[in-house]
Design a protein around this ligand. Structure first.
Ligand code: FAD
Length: 525
């Protein structure tokens, strides 16, 4: 198969991490191609981010931020990575987001305590008010600003509606049989044009995976539909090391309505909102001294347990006892999100469920974002830098995407010996079987329900073994029809979804400790 494109740096994914890496590598003079499977560049988890991004204030220090991150991560974080994000994160926010892209962060009337007038807030487990934000749509504001620059950059080519199917590696794709003896290396990707169905390859000196999260392999998730762990599945098949996949953060309160799960910020409980059951009884009081304001994972697990005990599909969050105008003014987006779903939070409780929110683990990388496969990088949520350890401190993921996006972009722009080895690959043979959409729909239900019930908030060895058996069988079936199918984005996605689920189950079964977000019932009893 002839490559349709030859580029210096291929970036897969256009969220904050991918966009930052692309711009940085292009600034260094490289020709960059950035692709996304979405019809538009603004896609993935980045535009969903509401709360904010870690910056600093005048009383903050590198040591304080470091302590907060280490504590949140249950002391399982990689110290070198934490040092990097604490040392370089805030200066990069200033240099890239504030000064260069002029992101519309909220400002106050008076000068702030750091010589600027940026508004700051404090979130759970932070010892300082160091988070800057743009209303309750910080990610969207950041991506709007950065993408407008990316679109103008003369060294960057953009292709939307293209799904990466697999990474090209010497060991899997080169037709030179002795390439198997070389160090595992990546030289691009095989991609599917979502519109025409054409499969082609992109050759690149360096490939940067920036494909985001995987929340949608669970029944309930705050992530958009396309966050199904494509990057982890591709990296896994390419032989890249992945770890900490057992650490999945679940958000305790998302709106239970229709198929989407709109995030109901912790701030609602912070302002006095209480968690109640179907009879209006507050149930967290009997479980934790802080009641409804107990730590996130404890709240999430207990809502889940309550749902299991009552066999009800949701519990409720009530703040309707507060003044109606005050609620509308304090939570304009949440009020609107609820009203769109037919729920008026000023007069009735909000139906809520916990939902898969963030993967702390991923493709293992070093401080430059390099993976264990040569010429392959991973940045943002798909990667595991080690910053988050066993649990993530709020508002550090956008910061991590920025810091590692920047470093990987810089490193990828440095040419190294062997980067120009582009072997020929086998011709792609298009298959013709049309896959019954009912198969795809049912297989997704199996993946999502199995992951939710057996690999979700409360795990047991029996549940995990059952999940592994179900997923292995399903993968055999899916691989079978994938091999014969006329490729579509949904078949590629399903194949990746089941692969990512298997990777998570494997990591969870092998986990040595039940810490952070990984809660194994037997170890806790
Ligand atoms: C509701 C919500 C609220 C959040 N709030 C905050 C917050 O306040 N602060 C904070 O720090 N973090 C927050 N986060 C987390 C944060 O938004 C993400 O971790 C971060 O934006 C991830 O950025 P990314 O660049 O790694 O990936 P993403 O932004 O998810 O981008 C992934 C990109 O990869 C593309 N892609 C995926 N697979 C393929 C493929 N096979 N081929 C081609 N393209 C592909 C997607 O289309 C997309 O363009 C929140 C997340 C959610 C869901």
């Amino acid at each position: 198969m002839n490559p349709s494109i030859n580029t210096d740096v291929l970036v897969i994914g256009s969220g904050l991490s991918g966009a930052t890496a692309a711009i940085t590598a292009a600034d260094a003079g490289k020709n960059v191609t950035i692709i996304t499977k979405s019809p538009q560049l603004k896609s993935g988890n980045t535009p969903k981010a509401q709360g904010g991004i870690v910056y600093k204030n005048s009383t903050d220090s590198i040591e304080k931020l470091k302590n907060d991150i280490m504590k949140a991560g249950d002391n399982h974080s990689w110290v070198d990575a934490v040092n990097l994000i604490c040392n370089e994160g805030p200066p990069l926010v200033k240099k890239i987001l504030i000064d260069r892209f002029k992101v519309a962060f909220d400002t106050g009337d008076s000068m702030g305590d750091n010589g600027d007038n940026l508004c700051r807030t404090k979130e759970a487990a932070h010892s300082e008010s160091r988070i800057i934000y743009s209303k309750d749509k910080t990610g969207d504001s950041i991506q709007t600003a950065i993408l407008s620059e990316l679109e103008k950059h003369p060294k960057i080519s953009i292709i939307t509606n293209i799904t990466a199917i697999d990474l090209l590696t010497l060991s899997h794709h080169s037709i030179i049989s002795t390439d198997i003896y070389k160090k595992p290396a990546c030289f691009g990707a095989i991609v599917l044009d979502n519109i025409t169905g054409t499969v082609s390859s992109i050759y690149s000196q360096r490939t940067i995976l920036a494909t985001g999260g995987l929340g949608q392999i669970f029944l309930h998730s705050t992530n958009p539909d396309d966050s199904i762990g494509d990057g982890i599945a591709m990296a896994w098949r390419a032989g890249a090391r992945c770890f900490n996949l057992q650490y999945i953060q679940f958000h305790p309160t998302t709106l239970f309505s229709g198929s989407s799960r709109y995030l109901i910020s912790e701030a609602v409980r912070g302002e006095g909102g209480i968690l109640i059951d179907e009879n209006g009884n507050e149930f967290m009081n009997q479980i934790h001294e802080k009641g409804s304001l107990a730590p996130r994972d404890i709240v999430a697990r207990n809502i889940h347990q309550k749902m299991l005990d009552t066999t009800l599909p949701c519990m409720y969050l009530d703040i309707s006892f507060k003044d109606s105008d005050w609620i509308k003014n304090r939570f304009p987006s949440i009020y609107k999100g609820c009203m769109d779903a037919g729920i008026d939070m000023t007069i009735e409780p909000i139906p809520i469920v916990p939902a898969a929110h963030y993967i702390c683990g991923g493709i293992g990388v070093n401080l430059e974002g390099r993976t264990s496969v040569k010429r392959l990088y991973a940045v943002g949520e798909v990667s595991c830098t080690g910053v988050h350890g066993a649990n993530r401190l709020a508002s550090t993921s956008l910061l991590e995407a920025l810091v590692w996006g920047y470093h990987a972009g810089k490193d990828a722009a440095i040419f190294r010996d062997g980067d120009d080895h582009f072997p020929e690959i086998e011709t792609w043979v298009d298959e013709i079987d049309e896959i019954d959409p009912a198969l795809i729909a049912q297989d997704w239900l199996t993946i999502k329900n199995t992951m939710w019930n057996y690999v979700g908030l409360i795990r047991t060895r029996q549940r995990l073994h059952r999940a592994r058996t179900i997923m292995r069988n399903l993968q055999t079936e899916i691989e079978d029809f994938y091999q014969k199918a006329r490729l579509t984005p949904s078949i590629v996605g399903l194949r990746n979804g089941v692969q990512t689920a298997i990777a998570i189950i494997a990591a969870t079964l092998e986990a040595r400790e039940s810490i952070g977000t990984h809660y194994l019932l037997e170890d806790k009893e």
